[in-house]
Unconditional design. Structure first.
Length: 323
């Protein structure tokens, strides 16, 4: 199916004002009913982008300072320098926190796991290295909850309403959910988050867990393209959009890291002058601020297994048409 692994493909691409939609395959390899535009994909790390928007709305409102330590509001990280971690560090993966919290492998879960993860020992001093970190974005989600005194899912629901992402959800109807991996300890994962850490936490978290359609992700892409305006009104200030689209750090792989988004990541964007993000389950979106083109590509490339399912070439081909 267009060279992509998995059973499902949903894409929406807008280039030079012409919109192209494609829906192929089925929600699961053993399901005969064809996929529809209403089917919900596990968005995986695209969740981080929605979490970024929620956090920057707090910055816009003057409730959080990007460059003040978060320690008075939330204890994040442990070790020398942890008290200096800022929201900017967390959103640019420069906090020094590790990539993941592996304590779920020992059976730890729920709030105990959350506290262990957010309190992880630093691997580098804040601001000195780019280390892509699920742990950092779990911290961002926790910070959003602390400042708003509301559950993360309620805050993200408000963001979704502003965007016009009407079916974005943490709790999909299983029959509308696209299947992901067959895991030894869970069986076929469908209608539940694929990410093992998010699953063990047992509650919405800032790094993974949202489900949505290509239209839901396209609503986010359009908001970035339109300088912060969503279908339901202003979502972010123009300054907030600049923070999401302007590199603030450089990764070893050569791409620029803005707040919550990657900039010109040739490994999956090819030559496109764009910003965007990918998700482990096979999801991605990118926006070209220069040309206003955007693309959304959702697959379940980990179905039924994550082995041998590299999607990089397919993504590069798909996003190559962006300016």
């Amino acid at each position: 199916m267009n060279g992509a692994p998995g059973s499902a493909w949903a894409s929406l691409r807008s280039v030079a004002g012409i919109q192209e939609r494609l829906v192929l395959g089925s929600a699961s390899g053993d399901e005969r009913m064809p996929l529809t535009p209403e089917h919900l994909f596990d968005l995986a790390s695209l969740t981080k982008t929605f979490t970024t928007v929620a956090a920057l709305r707090l910055v816009d409102a003057g409730l959080v300072d990007l460059d003040e330590p978060v320690r008075p509001l939330l204890t994040v990280g442990a070790g020398d320098g942890a008290e200096r971690i800022t929201l900017r560090h967390l959103l640019t993966h420069t906090s020094g926190l590790p990539a993941e919290g592996g304590a779920w492998r020992s059976g730890l879960g729920g709030d105990d796991l959350g506290a262990r993860v957010v309190g992880s020992d630093l691997l580098a001093a804040p601001g000195t290295a780019h280390l892509y970190s699920d742990v950092g974005f779990i911290g961002v989600g926790a910070l959003v909850e602390h400042v708003t005194q509301r559950p993360l899912d309620a805050v993200i629901a408000e963001v979704a309403a502003r965007l016009g992402a009407s079916s974005l959800t943490w709790r999909p109807e299983p029959s509308l959910a696209v299947a992901t991996e067959v895991q030894p300890h869970r069986g076929l994962v469908r209608g539940e988050v694929h990410d093992e850490l998010a699953h063990a936490l047992g509650r919405p978290a800032g790094h993974a867990g949202l489900f949505g359609t290509a239209d839901d992700v396209a609503a986010l892409a359009r908001m970035i393209r339109d300088d912060g305006i969503g279908a339901g009104g202003r979502v972010l200030s123009a300054d907030g959009i600049r923070l999401m689209t302007t590199p603030a750090a450089t990764a070893d792989a050569g791409y620029g890291q803005a707040l919550g988004l990657r900039v010109r990541d040739a490994t999956w964007m090819g030559e496109a002058d764009a910003v965007g993000h990918t998700g482990f389950t096979g999801t991605a979106f990118a926006v070209s601020p220069r040309t206003s083109d955007f693309g959304v590509l959702l697959t379940n490339r980990v179905h039924p297994t994550r082995e041998g399912t590299d999607l990089s070439a397919v993504r590069r081909e798909f996003f190559s048409l962006l300016g």
